[in-house]
Design a binder for this molecule. Sequence first.
Ligand SMILES: C[S@@+](CC[C@H](N)C(=O)[O-])C[C@H]1O[C@@H](n2cnc3c(N)ncnc32)[C@H](O)[C@@H]1O
Length: 287
Amino acid sequence: MARFALDSAAVDRLVAELDALGTLGVEERAHGDGACLLAYFTRGQVERARLFALERTVTSLRCLGVEPVPETDWERESRRGLSPRCIGGLWVRPSWCAPVAEPELVIDPRQAFGSGEHASTRLALRLTLAELRPGDSLLDVGTGSGILGLAALRRGAGSALGVDVDPVACRNANQNRAGNALPLGLVCGTPDSLRPGWLWDMVVANLLWSELRPIFGRLRGHARRALIVSGLLASQAAELEHACAVSGWRCARELSEEQSGDVWVARSLYPRDRQSSRSSSSVSSRA
Ligand SMILES: C[S@@+](CC[C@H](N)C(=O)[O-])C[C@H]1O[C@@H](n2cnc3c(N)ncnc32)[C@H](O)[C@@H]1O
């Protein structure tokens, strides 16, 4: 690992140089008025002299040293703290934990989001399972580990399609699909890759509001009965309210959960013209 100090304005140039040398990754840290960059390489990949020589090509750069990094077992690190959880009546566990009870889903999240350890996943899962009817079709936007689509299939959905813009997430969802032997469809892309007019009984989207807002209107054209949104902070609820008014949704049910000082919110939305025997309800809990 090589350590550099430089002016913030020169960071992009240094990153480009490090990319050209084939760095495994770069970490940026604050360093007084400027920046400190740590660049990782496999042992022996680049000569020390070439790293020090970057001082001649990048303005303000000082190479502070090249040092070995202790080996880390990333697989073991990512396993720390994960344990079986019962969410909405479904047991979710990583493969290295023993089964607790049925029904269950085995999810190894690796580098993708969606282990059940985050409140936004738990809220989305609870609402999805509460809204699901036998044989439903489901679209899971931002599928991550595939947890929501796979859970719906485990609990009686007729079909489920997961969409994610991140190839790492798609690979992980694929592994979890195989591990559970469930027929989750997968598309690596955004909802823009879905043909307009394709309809699912339910659409679930656990995305940050900044990611959901640009595609929120488009989801209206894909959801026949319900849209479940999660990943919002309570402070963003008013913005969602406004987006619902514009796109023709009404809130049927809201769940919230506090985690590490943030209050996360999820909502089931129905088309405004859909009649419902259930009135709107709201439940909150703490992690
Ligand atoms: C918060 S994670 C949710 C993962 C999982 N569904 C869950 O509930 O735990 C959000 C996922 O959405 C993906 N994503 C973000 N914006 C997207 C978009 N516009 N279209 C598709 N996927 C998107 C990210 O790559 C990430 O995997």
